[in-house]
Ligand binder design. Structure first.
Ligand code: MIC
Ligand code: SF4
Length: 755
């Protein structure tokens, strides 16, 4: 097959040397890889000044855009309004999130086609119209397909999915964004990002035995926590990095989303060459080799990293133990040898009921091969697996090749369900039998996220994240405390047997193969394509402009909810069954904040309606405020909006009339999404002021009329006892972002400029 967009890649590489030279001049010291890629993608062209990490807002020109079906609907509904004929950069849509895992690939895929026909047709025809490549349902998970077909060393891309960062495995700076950001780039405008800070991770030693690439990121997550990477690019280097496979690097970068990192990346090396060649992209290798020195960090940087990175972490792969992270949060890491004690102490169910392998994090050929090697041993030794097993291959190419090479047959011998090449259980698209009983139970999976209710909707499911080979071992043992390095299992004859360490080819020795990869190229001229959205559709709704700011201070805003503790985008706009409304803003707004814990009663989806004094569901109470013309605000804790890129988490409150979200701290993508949609995203200047907020409070933004960059705002809190107090709140809006707020949204502003 022809390499996608080779001419674009060659153009990027052609301008690299001059751009790097310009960057060296302004920065005046050796450069990290991250800086090289960023400076090579400045909107202005060659750098004329150095940017300050963590401070300067910088305009970039990403090379491409990727979208998945659950976010593309909103992204493209917005793009439709931008009044463009065609996308300005190569872009793709991938149908992967809407397919449920139930009985197995072919039936599940057919069911999904039946159920989501309207949405898939919309995505397919709008892609056709605007020159966007469309990967059909069953073609694979967006990030795996991007790695196999589009990612290239030194490139820069954005994608409407937080795990876009996966492409760092091929040496890109790939960043997850909301749909409105994608619209900027597809409309041919600059894309703005605060110049990231840099975290260096030096890898020494070499993986062996049961330890895999996944354990590197499980360890990093344990060290940095879910917010430790916020506003930073994580750059991996060192001998250990060179020894990792390309898809293993993808795994590590992928889960960088779980520490809030802007993205993660690795320098161009042999593993990437091997992967590019195996996936039919020799031409990219040839082009990259010609500028290879620019596609990795400078030697001086890697020799004395402490001088060049804002933070440095060192991990010795030879000493790294397999990890199991969870439950309920991906940063709670436990080495496998400590798991039994840890689980017992915390009352986590030891019995493993399901093992799931797949997701964009771990669904490569190598992942399946290594896990299959464990399964094969179990079958050969007569061990009956204690838990159920399901796998989702990452792409049709991986599935087809794994099938040809007997890997899937190995799984099937153990009764594994092979689900569609799609996200499936990872995003709650899993019809798990019995989940409605809400029993306390444990599952292990190779995904990246394990927030409460995520996979099966059951808040009592304790989900643990680990490598595919560990998933296999734990599911076979049916025991979370099982340590395959030291423990034995009893086989059908009553003998004690030990599982040998996993083995698996990094790349298929006979090469990848596929019959139909599921790609649909867009029409050369799509101007004739009509996009129809039925007015009574329950799945799709054309967007209306959000109202512009009236220029007045917001007075008398009510508290909708004060959320306590973890409030991820899954809590703000749940996925699973709600994915069906991702193209219909009003319908999906009925899930707004229903998962958030109300700080005043510890319950989810139960807040006081200040107009009636009665308790009701969050969306209903907010609709009542909206109907009464009463503004409201949402208050939250740390890392508010962690997780997904879904801009629904910002658009729903905007649509229902919430004016501001005031929290201790934000996750990056969510904060930007709020800004883009014309909301006020604010943080407490003094975190302890969170405690001052009472259930019956109302709020006056007394100096909003003076809203300006680098200036705090003053919020007056009016308590129900008649007392008032004023607090200071911070914001990170620059001048153009304040213009979005004034215009009502960034999209409104684009439309005003077009008009
Ligand atoms: C996720 O893993 O949470 C998702 C579903 O892929 C999201 C995107 C979405 O909500 O559609 C993400 O990570 O951005
Ligand atoms: Fe899909 Fe899960 Fe990856 Fe999100 S994290 S893109 S839901 S596989």
């Amino acid at each position: 097959m022809k390499v996608f967009d080779l001419d674009m890649i060659q153009r990027v590489y052609e301008r690299y040397p001059a751009r790097i030279a310009a960057a060296r001049k302004v920065v005046g010291r050796p450069l990290t890889l991250s800086e090289k890629i960023l400076y090579a993608h400045l909107w202005e062209g060659e750098a004329t000044s150095a940017s300050e990490r963590g401070k300067s807002y910088v305009d970039f020109a990403p090379d491409r855009v990727a979208m998945q079906d659950a976010t593309a609907q909103m992204a493209l509904l917005q793009f439709m309004q931008a009044g463009k004929k065609r996308v300005a950069v190569p872009s793709t849509v991938h149908a992967d999130h809407l397919i449920q895992a139930k009985v197995g690939a072919s039936k599940d895929l057919q069911d999904s086609l039946n159920q989501n026909n309207e949405v898939f047709n919309f995505l397919s025809s709008i892609s056709n119209k605007y020159g966007i490549g469309f990967w059909k349902p069953g073609a694979g998970i967006i990030h795996q397909v991007v790695l196999e077909n589009y990612a290239f060393p030194g490139g820069m891309m954005i994608g409407t999915d937080s795990h876009t960062v996966n492409a760092g495995g091929l040496g890109m700076v790939a960043i997850g964004v909301g749909g409105a950001d994608a619209v900027d780039v597809m409309a041919g405008m600059a894309w703005e990002l605060k110049f990231p800070k840099l975290i260096g991770v030096k890898l020494t030693g070499k993986l062996s035995g049961w330890t895999s690439a996944k354990d590197v990121i499980l360890k990093v997550a344990d060290i940095l926590t879910v917010k430790g990477g916020t506003g930073a690019i994580v750059e991996y280097f060192g001998d250990g990095a060179l020894s990792l496979s390309c898809t293993g690097k993808g795994t590590i970068c992928n889960m960088g989303a779980e520490i809030g990192a802007t993205t993660s990346t690795f320098g161009y090396d042999e593993s990437m060459r091997r992967y590019l060649i195996a996936t039919g992209r020799q031409e990219v290798v040839t082009a990259a080799d010609a500028i290879a020195e620019h596609l990795t960090g400078d030697q001086e940087v890697y020799a004395e990293p402490e001088k060049y990175f804002d933070q440095l972490i060192e991990i010795n792969l030879s000493e790294l133990e397999p990890h199991i992270n969870g439950p309920f949060t991906p940063d709670r890491g436990t080495p496998v040898s400590k798991m039994r004690a840890e689980a017992t102490a915390n009352g986590w169910p030891l019995q493993v009921e399901w093992g799931l392998i797949g997701s964009c994090t771990n669904s490569s050929y190598e992942d399946l091969a290594r896990a299959a090697s464990i399964v094969k041993q179990a079958v050969a030794q007569g061990i009956t697996p204690k838990a159920e097993f399901g796998i989702n291959p990452g792409s049709e190419q991986v599935r087809y090749t794994a099938d040809r090479d007997g890997i899937l047959a190995d799984f099937e011998k153990m009764g594994t369900k092979v689900f569609t090449n799609a996200c499936g259980p990872c995003i709650g698209q899993w019809a798990r039998e019995g989940a409605e009983k809400q029993e306390k139970n444990t599952i292990v999976h190779s995904f990246n996220r394990n927030f409460s209710k995520r996979a099966d909707g059951n808040p009592n499911t304790h989900a643990f994240v680990t490598s595919p080979e560990m998933v296999a071992a734990l599911a076979i043992a049916g025991d979370l405390g099982f340590n395959p390095l030291t423990d034995t299992l009893t086989n059908d004859k009553g003998e004690q047997v030990k599982l040998e360490a996993p083995v698996g080819d990094e790349l298929p020795t006979r090469g990848f193969a596929v019959e139909d990869n599921g790609y649909q190229a867009p029409a050369a001229d799509g101007s004739h394509v009509e996009i129809a959205v039925a007015p009574d559709s329950q799945r799709l709704q054309l967007l209306e402009n959000f109202p512009t700011w009236d220029g007045q201070n917001i007075i008398g805003a009510r508290l909708l909810i004060k959320a306590k503790g973890k409030c991820t985008t899954d809590h703000i706009s749940m996925a699973g069954p709600w994915l069906r409304y991702r193209g219909h803003l009003d319908n999906i707004s009925n899930n707004m904040l229903i998962g958030a814990e109300n700080a005043f009663n510890g319950e989810a989806n139960k807040v006081k309606n200040q107009l009636t004094g009665e308790y009701g569901e969050v969306p209903a109470v907010q609709r009542a405020y909206k109907a009464a013309g009463v503004p409201s605000i949402v208050v939250g804790d740390h890392n508010y909006g962690e997780g997904s890129s879904r801009e629904h988490a910002a658009m729903e409150p905007r649509h229902l009339g919430v004016r501001a979200v005031l929290v201790k701290s934000f996750a990056r993508i969510h904060e930007t999404n709020l800004k883009k949609q014309g909301m006020l995203g604010l943080t407490f200047a003094n975190e302890a002021d969170y405690d001052k907020i009472q259930e019956d409070d109302s709020f006056d933004f007394i100096d909003l009329q003076a809203f300006a960059p680098d200036t705090q705002l003053t919020l007056q809190i009016n308590h129900s006892n008649g007392q008032s107090e004023q607090i200071k709140v911070n914001h990170t809006y620059n001048a153009s972002q304040i213009d979005w707020f004034r215009a009502g949204s960034a999209l409104n502003l684009i439309k005003m400029m077009e008009a």
